[in-house]
Design a protein around this ligand. Structure first.
Ligand SMILES: Nc1ncnc2c1ncn2[C@@H]1O[C@H](COP(=O)(O)OP(=O)(O)OP(=O)(O)O)[C@@H](O)[C@H]1O
Length: 127
């Protein structure tokens, strides 16, 4: 019983520390990546438009998935870029391909988000 309590008292600060590391990653993303700041503005615009248009719960779900995928791709792209610079600071075709592929993930997710935004907001904006 005492052991379980001790484990729990160690578990909670560990989880809080992990959460703080993740928040540090988000701050790093916003501070260093112009694209992340563009995503932040786009996210605010979409949420504002969604509130203004009174979109349905299902549409909010679609928008949330699309927005999350773009942020996820941007965070992983930044991590991959940094890891590539760490492993291969010199110019290497393979390192370039790794970065291009990571950038492709961001572009694909952004195109998907534009498609979702068009499907959700298009009909009401056109009328
Ligand atoms: N070490 C390298 N070897 C070969 N090509 C590279 C290397 N580093 C970068 N490149 C090429 O330059 C491109 C831009 O790389 P860079 O690290 O500057 O990303 P970035 O433009 O800062 O990306 P983002 O705008 O997402 O931050 C890569 O997609 C890749 O084609």
């Amino acid at each position: 019983m005492a052991g379980q309590k001790e484990q729990f008292t160690r578990f909670v600060p560990g989880r809080i520390a992990s959460f703080r590391f993740a928040l540090r990653g988000i701050r790093l993303l916003l501070r260093t990546q112009t694209n992340a700041r563009i995503h932040a503005v786009a996210t605010l615009l979409v949420v504002t438009l969604g509130c203004w248009q009174g979109v349905t719960a299902a549409q909010w779900g679609l928008l949330a998935v699309a927005i999350t995928l773009v942020w996820l791709a941007e965070a992983l792209n930044t991590a991959i870029e940094r890891l590539t610079d760490l492993v291969s600071p010199e110019f290497r075709p393979l390192a370039g391909e790794v970065k291009d592929l990571a950038a492709a993930a961001v572009l694909l997710s952004a195109l998907g988000a534009v498609a979702v935004a068009c499907a959700v907001f298009g009909p009401s904006l056109l009328h």
